[in-house]
Design a protein around this ligand. Structure first.
Ligand SMILES: Nc1ncnc2c1ncn2[C@@H]1O[C@H](COP(=O)(O)OP(=O)(O)OP(=O)(O)O)[C@@H](O)[C@H]1O
Ligand SMILES: Nc1nc2c(c(=O)[nH]1)N=C(CO)CN2
Ligand SMILES: [Mg+2]
Length: 207
């Protein structure tokens, strides 16, 4: 994602939630220092996995399990958003890529990562503690930020884990992107989550 194109959207998100750009940048710097080489993966791997392929992006709406029953999962490259990973792992499916800010079922994510999932770990101003706690337990990490990218920290676009999966699939030229487990009008979520889902809906509408 061209950061110049993303930046106005990012600024609107910062303003809407009252998030601090500086905190996001600090989080990204911390993640960057934890990515020491042997625990990282190259973005070439994402290109290899995704380019020209039919991708299934799994969000964590309560409808996920039921929607998975209607998709031929094995015909797709599976990308899971954070908490959705557990649903796939519990079915014996190891996602190709996990996109996470580490506030879902992280133990399941570490398990899937041990079995081959690439971990796209997102740093933001409110997950610094989680990054320090969990990032050292992953391998094959690709670090992301919603602020300006630098060095080993990328910005493929997007905000919530779910819409960032879709931006990532787009960035690496997926042939098609199928969504499962996305319900933007889910009323059984916190006010904050509902607001985040509103942004996810808006961002995916723009794509
Ligand atoms: N009804 C829904 N409830 C939860 N997640 C949903 C829903 N619909 C779509 N999603 C997508 O699934 C993603 C993963 O959901 P999860 O429950 O793990 O949330 P999360 O890790 O708290 O998300 P985030 O950290 O992005 O706020 C979300 O980022 C969101 O984009
Ligand atoms: N600063 C900040 N950034 C975020 C946050 C958050 O809570 N704080 N949550 C996200 C996913 O929902 C994505 N980005
Ligand atoms: Mg999350």
């Amino acid at each position: 994602m061209d950061f110049k194109k993303w930046e106005p959207v990012y600024e609107a998100i910062l303003e809407d939630f009252g998030f601090s750009r500086e905190d996001d940048q600090n989080a990204a710097t911390i993640l960057s220092h934890l990515l020491i080489g042997p625990n990282t993966a190259s973005t070439d791997v994402l290109e290899e996995l995704i380019s020209g392929k039919d991708v299934l992006v799994c969000g964590n709406a309560p409808t996920l399990a039921q929607e998975l029953d209607q998709v031929k999962i094995e015909d797709h490259v599976v990308i899971t958003a954070d908490g959705a990973t557990a649903t796939l792992v519990d079915r014996g499916i190891i996602p190709a890529v996990i996109v996470t800010d580490l506030d879902g079922d992280v133990e399941k994510e570490i398990q899937a990562n041990k079995e081959g999932s690439i971990a796209v770990i997102h740093a933001h101003g409110d997950n610094i503690e989680l990054i320090l706690k969990y990032a050292p337990r992953f391998k094959n990490i690709i670090g992301t930020t919603q602020a300006a990218p630098f060095g080993n920290i990328y910005n493929f676009g997007g905000f919530t884990d779910g819409d960032r999966c879709v931006f990532l699939a787009g960035e690496f030229n997926a042939a098609s992107i199928t969504l499962a487990g996305f319900d933007f009008d889910d009323e059984n979520v916190t006010e904050m989550k509902y607001k985040k889902l509103g942004w996810a809906k808006k961002l995916l509408g723009v794509l």
